[in-house]
Design a protein around this ligand. Structure first.
Ligand SMILES: Cc1cc2nc3c(=O)[nH]c(=O)nc-3n(C[C@H](O)[C@H](O)[C@H](O)COP(=O)(O)OP(=O)(O)OC[C@H]3O[C@@H](n4cnc5c(N)ncnc54)[C@H](O)[C@@H]3O)c2cc1C
Length: 409
């Protein structure tokens, strides 16, 4: 079967009408909206303002909020950029549980009636959201995958840049080899290979008549810290709509008792953090000992990159249990810290790691590669092997400490 571009254009425009708005799935903890949710709203606001101007539309940023007493959080979401908030209050939604949260979010996303209160003009043809954002944290990564699977669309995970544009695409299967214009496509960028490469992920309809199929919403999970919230504006207006979730099935997981696990390492009060990465690989045991001595002298806590928590190297039992633990990971999968001094040793500075330490006041890095992304985050970069650099630093610090103690006696 032959396709012409004008036919596609027409189909594209008609199909577009079924998909409206950016839905942002909000997370909260202990009565507070978590920062990444406000960051996502900020980016959604910026994208939607440009989108509406470019396409002359009135689509909205819609925050989706689940919980057992969450009405009180809705106004704040409006002040941070939401045009509308759809919230669902239910005892079963008090704490995040993937199975039940998935069902309720899917119900909300498929509910055309509720969109009448958000933008009546678009409600008649509404089928699903156009775009959907989740946080790339432990809750959001899982939730985004199950929601998008149930909505029968695609998902890009761990995104830190977003652009909406019209693209000419030629693809063997999706367009049957012809160049076809896709409108309002969300280009989702994710850092790969420790941030050295970017991958652009597109969620495209199949426009090949033989395998025609639509994929909406275009969904993604967003790395915490990747975007900035907009400035809070108390004068912003928004629509707040209550949704009554249909919870007819028993949730698969019941919460019998809940206790929040205290972190064993208190990075919040640490003034100095020394972190290590895979650069320890040439002599892991010996290098950890070097870093340990260096950190002790500085009175610093030790952090690690995510790969080290997966125990890639053979080290003694004591080193392994003390340092190679998920509790010590700095970044989106671990702790977000803001010490006075951060020393990054043998780590490349992947975007997921940077998100956890970029609030540090002063950053010193030690690395053999001056092209590592960590260099851009550093106030001082020391090019060299940690095996050579750390002993020299230790020696200098010891000399200085001795000089200070001699002077003070
Ligand atoms: C969903 C997801 C979430 C993630 N979350 C996190 C997270 O929270 N935190 C995190 O850290 N990562 C996270 N990652 C992993 C991240 O993308 C990187 O892969 C990881 O941070 C790289 O770890 P690294 O810097 O230790 O290793 P590498 O990228 O391999 O870097 C090692 C560095 O050591 C240097 N080096 C080598 N030898 C020496 C030497 N002798 N002396 C000095 N320098 C040397 C090299 O030049 C290099 O820069 C995540 C990834 C994904 C996909």
């Amino acid at each position: 079967m032959k396709m012409s571009n004008s036919i596609n254009q027409e189909i594209g425009t008609r199909r577009d009408e079924k998909y409206r708005h950016i839905y942002v799935v909000i997370e909260h903890f202990e009565g507070q909206v978590v920062p990444v949710s406000l960051e996502m709203l900020g980016e959604a606001r910026r994208l939607m303002d440009d989108f509406n101007q470019k396409y002359q539309l009135r689509e909205k940023v819609v925050a989706v909020l689940l919980g057992s007493d969450v009405r009180k959080l809705c106004d704040e979401l409006v002040t941070y950029g939401a045009d509308a908030v759809i919230y669902a209050n239910h005892d079963e939604l008090k704490y995040p549980r993937n199975d039940i949260d998935t069902r309720v979010i899917v119900q909300i996303a498929m509910d055309a009636k509720i969109t009448k209160e958000i933008e009546p003009e678009y409600a008649g043809t509404f089928v699903k959201p156009r775009y959907m954002f989740f946080a790339a944290d432990n809750i959001g990564r899982h939730l985004s995958s199950t929601v998008l699977a149930d909505l029968e669309s695609g998902l890009a995970s761990d995104i830190n840049k977003l652009v909406i544009s019209d693209l000419d695409i030629r693809h063997e299967h999706k367009t049957k080899g012809q160049t076809v214009r896709y409108e309002k496509i969300l280009e989702m960028y994710r850092p790969d290979f420790s941030g050295f490469l970017w991958t652009t992920i597109l969620c495209l309809d199949n426009k090949n008549p033989e395998i025609q199929r639509e994929y909406h919403p275009q969904g993604c999970s967003i790395i915490p810290g990747a975007f900035k919230p907009i400035d809070k504006d108390d004068s912003r207006d928004g629509t707040v709509v209550e949704y009554s979730p249909k919870i007819d099935q028993e949730p698969k997981i019941k919460i019998i008792k809940r206790s929040v696990i205290e972190k064993t390492i208190d990075y919040e009060t640490c003034k100095i953090v020394v972190s290590m990465g895979r650069g320890i690989k040439d002599n892991p045991e010996q290098n950890i000992k070097l870093i340990e001595e260096f950190a002790e002298l500085l009175g610093a806590e030790i952090g690690i990159t995510l790969p080290l928590s997966k125990k890639p190297y053979q080290v003694s039992q004591s080193m392994d249990s003390k340092y190679m633990s998920p509790d010590r990971v700095i970044g989106t999968s671990g702790s977000k810290i803001s010490p006075t001094l951060y020393v990054a040793i043998g780590l490349s500075g992947a975007v997921q790691h940077i998100a956890g330490m970029k609030e540090s006041e002063i950053v010193i890095s030690i690395n053999i590669d001056e092209n590592s992304p960590i260099v851009d985050e550093s106030d001082i970069f020391i090019k060299g092997r940690m095996e050579d650099v750390i002993p020299k630093l230790v020696e200098k610090i010891k000399d200085q400490m001795q000089a200070i103690s001699v002077r003070s006696t």
